[in-house]
Design a protein around this ligand. Sequence first.
Ligand code: COA
Length: 175
Amino acid sequence: MKKRIAKLRDAREVMLRLLVPDDKEQLLSMVTNLSADALVWSNPPYDEEKINRWMSGTKSGLSIVAIFENRIVGISAIHQFTRPRERGVGDMMIYIHQDFHGVGLGTVMTENLLFLAKNKGLHRVGLEVVEDNEAAVRLYKRFGFEIEGKKRDAYYGADGKYHNTLVMGVLISKN
Ligand SMILES: CC(C)(COP(=O)(O)OP(=O)(O)OC[C@H]1O[C@@H](n2cnc3c(N)ncnc32)[C@H](O)[C@@H]1OP(=O)(O)O)[C@@H](O)C(=O)NCCC(=O)NCCS
């Protein structure tokens, strides 16, 4: 993926590029600065172990970051499975800093990520999302993700209540 500039709905411009090994500190900084609201439907903790797992995405070419004023403000990645019976199948994740929510960054990152995945010959991208995470569910549906199942009470929320999660997926090749 070449570096590209994306103009957001509020006229700010961010640069999109692949995640590189030097991004680790920046990524850790973004994640530790996510607000409680941004993390409300997420799956903490976001510790070094999780960041190290995200950093392994530098090898696959399927992890992209958004940069604004030299800092990472979003990450989106597909983890491609390696077992033969999961050929062409991967799981997607996306996190955007709260200062950039609702202005189209999730949309532009997902568009670029799925384009990369298609070019790499992936067949299916799946994910699991809390049913109440309206922004995320809308975003995924917009890119053709379908609800394939519902897990009842699979997520224990910050509100001390159980919530359903949705299993979603999109087929991006016909092979
Ligand atoms: C979910 C997330 C990636 C969406 O990214 P975003 O940049 O805010 O989304 P966009 O501005 O591109 O909008 C995407 C869609 O969500 C809708 N949306 C945005 N914010 C919304 C909100 N607060 N409530 C309901 N819908 C919302 C938009 O209207 C748009 O839908 P449309 O195309 O049908 O109009 C972002 O909010 C985020 O990082 N959240 C925290 C982490 C998270 O929950 N990740 C997903 C875990 S599975």
